[in-house]
Design a protein around this ligand. Structure first.
Ligand code: NAP
Length: 288
């Protein structure tokens, strides 16, 4: 990294706890450096109970914003001056901007996912039927975004069916009635697959180190279904590998990760970052 730090340097930070190895820090700093921007991104561990003080301090210092990760994505909402409509519907914030002493939170996980989806699958969400596996934070982001972008129907399938029901209820009452909660039962999943266009795994099944775990019975898929996984480590999960064998188009979580970073960068700077450079840095960091 070759960024000169001086009194005008604008700071950005990832707020989470605990923070281990992060792909974000390399990705953003490479983009700032490439574009010659006097900005720097770093990592700082902040516990949920300290978020209010942290945000107030950042507003007084030379911060332009930051990202938020586990366990702070929901808790931070109460300390921000403004929250985007999309983040409010999702119920979580993953990025915030500080400008003129005010903080505004947004969520780029869903928009990042669809930026990568449109590029890799060569189509849009409009009119499609989605089968979303999982009902946690990533599911909320991609499911809400799919509906905002015109999805015809979304099946939400989760081990804890009450969470699928709660998310479906939020969508049906706050956006439009098109969400159907499902238990993780083979017959119910098979019936849903009859009219599904796009499958998205948002569970952590198949994530490193349990890379041989399969999040869905692939015998229920067919080659016309676009298969997506939000997991980025490994890039080609077992689900993605099996779907490719069937001839399905696929979308990986690495591209979603890069694209949510692109969307965050645009929120902070109003500029388009060098997506190829960000991608190369992320893939190099993952390869280590
Ligand atoms: P989360 O809120 O904890 O949700 C986890 C989901 O996985 C829940 O639906 C959970 O079901 C399900 N699950 C976990 N283990 C399971 C098992 N053994 N069997 C069945 N279901 C299981 O986590 P999250 O924040 O949504 O993250 C989920 C994944 O998305 C992680 O791998 C994360 O790295 C990835 N992610 C990627 C990006 C990206 O940019 N590519 C962004 C965000 C997240 P229950 O509700 O029943 O527990």
């Amino acid at each position: 990294m070759n960024i000169e730090i001086n009194v005008k340097t604008v700071l950005y930070a990832l707020l989470g706890c605990p923070l281990g190895h992060s792909l974000s820090v390399h990705m953003y700093n490479a983009a700032f450096e490439h574009m010659g921007l006097n900005k720097i991104y770093f990592l700082t561990e902040v516990k949920p109970e300290d978020l209010g003080v942290a945000i107030e301090g950042m507003k007084k210092l030379h911060f332009g914003g930051g990202n938020v990760t586990i366990p702070n994505k929901v808790e931070i909402m109460k300390y921000l001056d403004e929250i985007s409509e999309e983040a409010r519907l999702i119920g979580a914030v993953n990025v915030f901007k500080i400008e003129n002493g005010k903080s505004k939170g947004s969520n780029t996980d869903g928009s990042g996912f669809f930026r990568s989806f449109e590029k890799d699958a060569g189509t849009t969400a409009d009119g499609k039927v989605f089968f979303v596996n999982g009902a946690g934070g990533a599911s909320r982001a991609v499911t809400v975004e799919a509906v905002l972008r015109g999805a015809q129907k979304v099946y939400i399938c989760n081990r804890t069916v009450a969470k699928a029901e709660a998310l479906a209820n939020d969508i049906n009452t706050k956006i439009r009635p098109c969400a159907i909660p499902l238990p993780r039962e083979r017959e119910k999943i098979a019936a849903a697959m009859e009219d599904t266009d796009v499958v998205i795994n948002t569970t952590s099944i198949g994530m490193y180190p349990r890379v041989d775990d399969l999040s869905l019975d692939v015998s229920l898929l067919n080659p016309n279904i676009i298969v997506c996984d939000v997991i980025y480590n490994p890039e080609r999960t077992k689900l993605i590998q099996e779907a490719e064998k069937l001839g399905c188009k696929t979308v990986t979580g690495v591209n979603m990760f890069i694209c949510q970073g692109v969307e965050s960068f645009k929120i902070w700077t109003d500029m388009d970052p060098p997506i190829d450079i960000m991608g190369n840095v992320v893939r190099a960091a993952l390869a280590k």
